[in-house]
Design a protein around this ligand. Structure first.
Ligand SMILES: [Zn+2]
Length: 487
């Protein structure tokens, strides 16, 4: 295969043992089909075919009213289908910006999204994705590529450096690993039975009012002899703060002359990371290296987990200091690498913005937009209501309503039985139809808000009101659907 930007080039002639070797247009390397023009159309077609095969098997087992539960389909989708498509996404992400590729991806995703929310097959892609709580596949591909680049340090996040794990080759050989573990202490007497060390470090990390801080308090046998506060930027997590405090404690150990040390932390996660030799967090790797050097100097360190907020004096002191460090410290941060979780959140926010723009500009999903006008809000709401069955019919307008049945030639006229000139659409039955005025009035009294086109999205944004409103919509829609079935 020849990969070149040149329009004119000579195809090299290769031969082996007198046999000419022909040029190929594409090569499959590690599951990624690379073509000589680097457009990746073949690769996309291949992965889509794979995903569609999964869909076909799924479609047989998942029908609107029976079969696989939507949550099972969601697990299959997130665990099997998305990874198949997102594989090596960072290599071919630019290809996903092409309209042709997007169309192919959309057709794959549409089927899954419809199965997830139990929608009719006529439902538009936008509606199905919003109700299924899925981001468009091409947006997910850009997300995966952006995350990969940030993790590798190719691009930065608003000037902040991203925390990266230590390369495996840079960690000590497993023959040099020292035995590590920690003891869990539950109450004050338990703590006192383990206080034989010369110096004890109580460490803690804290996130308060969105600010992050960490602290350590040094104790000899009786009382505190020294304390220090550490500050971190607000993008950092409590976990990072806890790890930093432990790591700084190990730095202190290297400098001190005493022989035995104890490090007390109330974060099991941080202690587990420090004591697990295969955990590659930079702070944990440094802490282990420090402890190993300290051991070679004849200093023995024990690690302890103590229960947080249980009135243990050293821990309470560290907790107090960490909160102070978070709130008052104005000094330069002691650690300022932003965690991957923060990067992921930023990327997700950008994707939701893009998704919302597309959803808002799209001409489809008219009924869904009455209920969920904002795709980013919908992403949050849908996870709580998990629409299926009749609720999905109401939220999409595709269901047993006269307007829909008429549109797809299953019913002669689209009008409601209350008035021959009124079209029986979802807004009509929920907001106007006099047949349900009593139910509507009861709901309006309960919610203390008037049911109108403008108000529905506000109702959907509040949990309690939403539950009541959906209950009402389901009852009303059920009556209509039954009536249309009997007719
Ligand atoms: Zn009516």
């Amino acid at each position: 295969m020849v990969v070149t930007r040149k329009l004119k080039y000579d195809v090299p002639l290769l031969s082996m043992g007198g046999v000419a070797i022909g040029m190929s247009e594409e090569i499959k390397i590690l599951g990624l089909t690379v073509d000589h023009k680097l457009i990746f159309n073949t690769h996309v077609a291949n992965v889509c075919k794979k995903a569609i095969n999964i869909y076909k098997q799924l479609a047989r087992a998942a029908k609107v009213s029976w079969g696989l539960h939507p949550e099972v389909i969601r697990s299959i989708y997130t665990a099997a289908v998305e990874p198949v498509i997102l594989y090596a996404a960072s290599a071919w992400a630019p290809a996903a910006k092409k309209v042709g590729v997007q169309k192919l991806l959309n057709s794959v995703q549409r089927g899954f999204a419809q199965k997830l929310c139990g929608a009719y097959r006529t439902v538009s892609l936008h509606s199905a994705l919003v109700l299924a709580g899925l981001l468009p596949l091409d947006v997910r591909i850009q997300e995966a590529a952006a995350l990969y680049e940030k993790k590798k340090g190719v691009t930065s996040l608003a000037g902040r450096e991203v925390e990266r794990v230590v390369a495996f080759a840079d960690t000590p050989h497993s023959a040099k690993h020292m035995a590590m573990g920690f003891v869990s202490l539950v109450d004050q007497s338990h703590v006192e039975s383990h206080n034989s060390q010369d110096i004890r470090f109580f460490t803690d990390g804290s996130k308060i009012e969105g600010k992050v801080g960490a602290a350590l308090s040094l104790w000899d046998r009786e009382a505190e002899i020294k304390s220090s506060k550490l500050s971190l930027p607000s993008c950092c997590t409590v976990y990072q703060a806890e790890l930093l405090a432990i790591c700084v404690a190990t730095r202190h150990i290297l400098r001190r002359r005493e022989g035995t040390f104890g490090i007390y932390s109330d974060s099991k996660a941080a202690l587990q990371t420090v004591t697990n030799h295969s955990a590659l967090h930079a702070l944990a790797v440094e802490a282990r290296a420090n402890l190993s050097v300290a051991l070679s100097q004849g200093k023995v360190t024990s690690l302890f987990w103590v229960k947080a907020h249980a009135g243990l004096e050293g821990n309470e002191r560290a907790d107090h200091l960490a909160k102070e460090a978070a709130l008052k410290n104005k000094t330069r941060p002691d650690y300022d690498l932003c965690p991957i979780s923060f990067v992921k959140r930023q990327i997700r926010l950008e994707s939701l913005g893009e998704w919302n723009r597309r959803y808002g500009n799209g001409v489809t999903a008219g009924v869904t937009k009455i209920f969920l006008p904002d795709a980013a809000d919908a992403y949050r709401i849908v996870r709580k209501i998990l629409p299926c069955g009749v609720i999905t019919q109401v939220l999409t307008g595709h269901g047993g309503f006269s307007e829909y049945l008429h549109r797809f030639k299953c019913k002669e006229n689209p009008s409601c039985i209350c008035d021959p000139s009124a079209i029986e659409s979802v807004p009509h039955i929920i907001l106007e139809c006099p047949i349900f005025s009593r139910e509507r009035w009861t709901l309006e009294q309960e919610l203390d808000i008037e049911l109108s086109l403008q108000n529905i999205c506000h109702i959907m944004n509040k949990r309690k009101a939403r539950e009541k409103f959906l209950e009402y919509a389901e009852t009303v829609a059920n009556k209509i659907i039954r009536r249309n079935k009997e007719a």
